[in-house]
Design a protein around this ligand. Structure first.
Ligand SMILES: C[S@@+](CC[C@H](N)C(=O)[O-])C[C@H]1O[C@@H](n2cnc3c(N)ncnc32)[C@H](O)[C@@H]1O
Length: 333
C-alpha cells in the first residue's frame, strides 16, 4: 500500500521506520494504518477509522499518554494558530526530549512552523522536502506557555462566544449564521421548550442563541475543538445544553422538534458536499412529525434538490443572493 496524500508520500520516503510513533492530526490516508502506532486527533471521523482498525486512539484534547512513544509526527493544519496549539499540547503531553516531526504542505503554510518553533525556543532541522511538502524535526521541551492560552472570547448576537483556533469563524460572526439567526424566530416561533439539534455547531452560537430563549439544545460537531468551544459557550451564557462529537447524525439518537445548521461544505481545503447531503437526506428520520430543518447555505450550493428528495418540498425564508435560508418540514403522516 502506497501513501495517498502528499505529506504521507514525503514520510514514506524517509529512512525512519516510524514504528509505534504517534500520528497527530493526520489526514485520511490508508498508508498510515499500515504503519501501526497510535493517533491523536480532534476529528471524530479520523478517530473512528483508527478505532475500526483496533489502533490506540487519543480523542481527548488533553490526553494522558500512558505508554511512552518513540516519537510523534504532527501534520500541520490549515490554521497556523491551531498548529501552534498542537506544538504546546504535544510538549505538555509527551516527555521532554521526545522526537517530534512536523510535516505539511507549502500551500498550507508549513514553512511558517520554523518561526513558531523558534519563538518557543525549540531547535529545528529541515529533514526533507518533496511533493510540495516539507518535513521538519525537533524535540519536545518543557514550556512555560499553556495550550489553554489559545482560548479567546468575543461578543456577538447578544452572546458571549468562546473560540479556539481552527473552530469555524474563529472570533467573528459568520454572515450566513447571522442571516440564519435573523429568520429563526419566523422559522421556529417561540423556541421555548422545543428540542433543537444544532448540527455542525462550531463555537455553539446557534445552540446558545436558542438556549437563552428557552429551547432544550443539543449540539454536535465532527471536531473536538468545536465541541469544547460549544460547551464553554453554553456555560458562558448559562445554557444547560449538551454538546458531543458526531459525524453528522452518526452518534445522534432520538428525535427533535427542529434541526438547525450552517452545514460545512469543505473538509480541509477541498470542497465536500458529503456531510451536507447526509444532513439533509437523513434529517427526516431525526425529526418528529411536523418537525423542521432550517439551514443556511451559500446560494450556489446544490441543496434544493436534496431538500426536495428528502422532504418533498421546502421554502426559502431569506435570500440575499449570497446566502439562502431554507426550511423543510417533515409531514405529519
Ligand atoms: C459552517 S460551520 C458552522 C459553525 C456554526 N454552526 C456557525 O454557524 O457558526 C460548519 C461546522 O460543521 C462542522 N463539520 C464539518 N464536517 C462535519 C461532519 N461530518 N459532521 C458534523 N460536523 C461537521 C465543522 O467542524 C464546522 O464547525
Amino acid at each position: 500500500m502506497s501513501a495517498e496524500t502528499p505529506p504521507c508520500q514525503l514520510l514514506e520516503r524517509q529512512s525512519e521506520a516510524y514504528r509505534d510513533w504517534l500520528w497527530v492530526a493526520p489526514p485520511h490516508d490508508a498508508w498510515l494504518h499500515t504503519m501501526g502506532g497510535s493517533v491523536w486527533s480532534a476529528d471524530a471521523a479520523i478517530c473512528q477509522a483508527w478505532r475500526a482498525r483496533g489502533r490506540p486512539v487519543h480523542a481527548d484534547l488533553a490526553p494522558t499518554l500512558t505508554a511512552p512513544v518513540p516519537g510523534a509526527v504532527l501534520f500541520w493544519p490549515k490554521a497556523h494558530a491551531l498548529g501552534e496549539w498542537w506544538l504546546l499540547a504535544l510538549c505538555a503531553a509527551l516527555p521532554e526530549g521526545t522526537p517530534l516531526q512536523v510535516v505539511g504542505e507549502h500551500q498550507g503554510g508549513v514553512k511558517r512552523v520554523l518561526k513558531s518553533l523558534a519563538a518557543l525556543g525549540l531547535g529545528c532541522r529541515k529533514v526533507d522536502s518533496a511533493r510540495r511538502c516539507t518535513l521538519y524535526a525537533t524535540r519536545t521541551a518543557r514550556l512555560a506557555l499553556s495550550p489553554e492560552a489559545a482560548w479567546t472570547r468575543f461578543e456577538a448576537a447578544g452572546l458571549t462566544l468562546e473560540s479556539h483556533p481552527g473552530v469555524f469563524g474563529h472570533g467573528k460572526l459568520d454572515d450566513g449564521t447571522r442571516q440564519l439567526l435573523e429568520v429563526l424566530p419566523t422559522a421556529l416561533g417561540d423556541p421555548a421548550g422545543q428540542r433543537v439539534l444544532d448540527v455542525g455547531c462550531g463555537d455553539g452560537i446557534l445552540g446558545a442563541w436558542l438556549g437563552v430563549r428557552g429551547a432544550q439544545v443539543a449540539a454536535v460537531d465532527l471536531d473536538a475543538f468545536a465541541v469544547a468551544a460549544t460547551r464553554r459557550t453554553f456555560q458562558a451564557n448559562g445554557v444547560a445544553g449538551e454538546a458531543w462529537q458526531s459525524d453528522v447524525f452518526g452518534d445522534v439518537s432520538g428525535s427533535y422538534d427542529a434541526i438547525v445548521s450552517n452545514p460545512p461544505f469543505h473538509q480541509q481545503r477541498a470542497i465536500d458536499y458529503g456531510p451536507a447531503e447526509r444532513l439533509i437526506r437523513e434529517a427526516p428520520a431525526r425529526l418528529v412529525p411536523g418537525g423542521r430543518l432550517v439551514l443556511v447555505a451559500n446560494a450556489f450550493l446544490p441543496y434544493p434538490r436534496w431538500l426536495e428528495d428528502a422532504f418533498g418540498e421546502f421554502t426559502v425564508l431569506a435570500d440575499d443572493r449570497r446566502f439562502r435560508v431554507y426550511q423543510a418540514v417533515k409531514t405529519r403522516r
